[in-house]
Design a protein around this ligand. Structure first.
Ligand code: CP3
Length: 343
């Protein structure tokens, strides 16, 4: 890989910077008035994600306003089930809904052609590569197979993924088939994103929480490793960030066994434990509690400082431990950036 001057790429290549690069999960979103204005004109969320003009615009909004070190393409992890043939829609104020289908039917959905059907996201990436400022790194992403499968099986977000966890134990053959198909579609999609200009790839395992070790190995580690191996075998050198949200002590195995290059930490993970137990040389991203960003004031200052101190001796990317909430005042993000950048 050629050496880059971009702060995020330098850190992901193993460098420790005095001022860490910073970006925020869901930095394009409803807390921004300019996002809500574009959103109001888009009746269908999936169509919005697949509209390169609108998606490019909202991706750029937080870059213009704050000058983040990275830009994550505006899209959604549920585009993969959509592209594989399960209907996905968003109920206002309630979140995602997917057509109810039996596990056997879900496991029979083919990964072939899914990445091609998501070419509009790649078109957004091509436009962003040309439009972004020189120091800003472009990030592509996808959901991890288990997290996406939980939505496919439950038909919505759910409190404890009961149906998906039960299915993983009672119908392991069908579940493993679904996860393998999702891994293949996701690998193709990430390869296409890298070819379209994504310089970093991130895999969101938002529901890594609450899994006993044998299940964590089967539904999280194995399918994630399948994606990472396929992407790297295709000659893609973009570093891959893994985010196993809520994995607790399983973070260690996830970091060691999936083949990812950098690890994103959530705010529930004990910082001191993570500093000691995550692999020394592996770049780490995270882990400010999004509620601290909402609270602002002294809590925001001291928590930001705590994380800068704890992670300061190693390759570190400042971020939240999960996405920004819609009720966060935009000026709290200015305050956060001032603390980090010392300006
Ligand atoms: O700025 C960015 O971070 C890039 C865009 C992005 C979105 N979703 C846009 C979005 C990213 C990286 C995602 C990932 C995503 N989507 C995840 C993984 C991260 C996480 O939050 O755990 C998950 C689980 C989803 C599925 C999803 N999409 C849900 C559960 C929801 C509804 C949540 C809500 O707050 O209503 C979405 C919708 C969604 N995706 C929005 C945005 C900006 C809000 C929808 C809107 O504007 O109406």
């Amino acid at each position: 890989m050629t050496q880059s001057h971009k702060p995020l790429l330098r850190v992901l290549a193993g460098e420790t910077l005095a001022t860490p690069p910073v970006w925020l999960m869901r930095q394009a979103g409803r807390y921004l008035p300019e996002y809500r204005e574009v959103r109001a004109k888009q009746s269908d969320f999936i169509a919005f994600c697949l509209n390169p003009e609108a998606a490019t615009e909202v991706t750029l909004q937080p870059i213009r306003r704050y000058g983040f070190d990275a830009s994550i393409v505006f899209a959604d992890i549920l585009l993969i089930p959509h592209a594989m043939g399960q209907k996905v829609w968003f109920e206002k104020g309630e979140g995602p809904r997917l057509t109810q289908m039996e596990l056997a039917k879900l496991a029979a959905l083919s990964p072939d052609g899914a990445a091609e059907r998501l070419d509009p996201v790649c078109e957004t990436l091509r436009r962003l590569s040309k439009a972004l400022p020189g120091d800003c790194t472009l990030i592509g992403f996808a959901g991890a197979p288990w997290t996406v499968a939980t939505y496919m099986i439950e038909g919505a977000g759910s409190k404890d993924r009961w149906k998906a966890r039960t299915a993983a134990w009672s119908e392991p053959g069908l579940m493993d088939q679904l996860l393998a198909n999702l891994a293949d579609a996701t690998a193709d999609y990430l390869i296409a994103q890298a070819k379209a200009g994504a310089e970093v790839l991130k895999i969101f395992e938002s529901w890594a929480e609450g899994l006993p070790a044998p299940l964590f190995e089967r539904v999280v580690i194995r399918p994630t490793r399948r994606i990472v191996e396929t992407v790297k075998a295709a000659g893609i050198t973009a570093p891959i960030i893994g985010f196993p949200k809520g994995a607790g002590p399983h973070y260690v195995r996830y970091a060691a066994e999936t083949g990812i290059d950098a690890i994103a930490t959530d705010h529930g993970l004990d910082t001191d434990w993570a500093v000691t137990n995550l692999p020394r040389g592996m770049p780490v991203q995270g882990q400010l509690d999004p509620a601290v960003l909402k609270a602002g004031g002294e809590a925001l200052r001291s928590e930001t400082q705590r994380l800068l101190d704890a992670w300061g001796g190693r390759p570190y990317v400042f971020n939240l431990g999960h996405g920004i909430n819609p009720d966060v005042p935009p000026e709290h993000v200015d305050a956060l950036l001032a603390y980090i950048r010392g300006s």
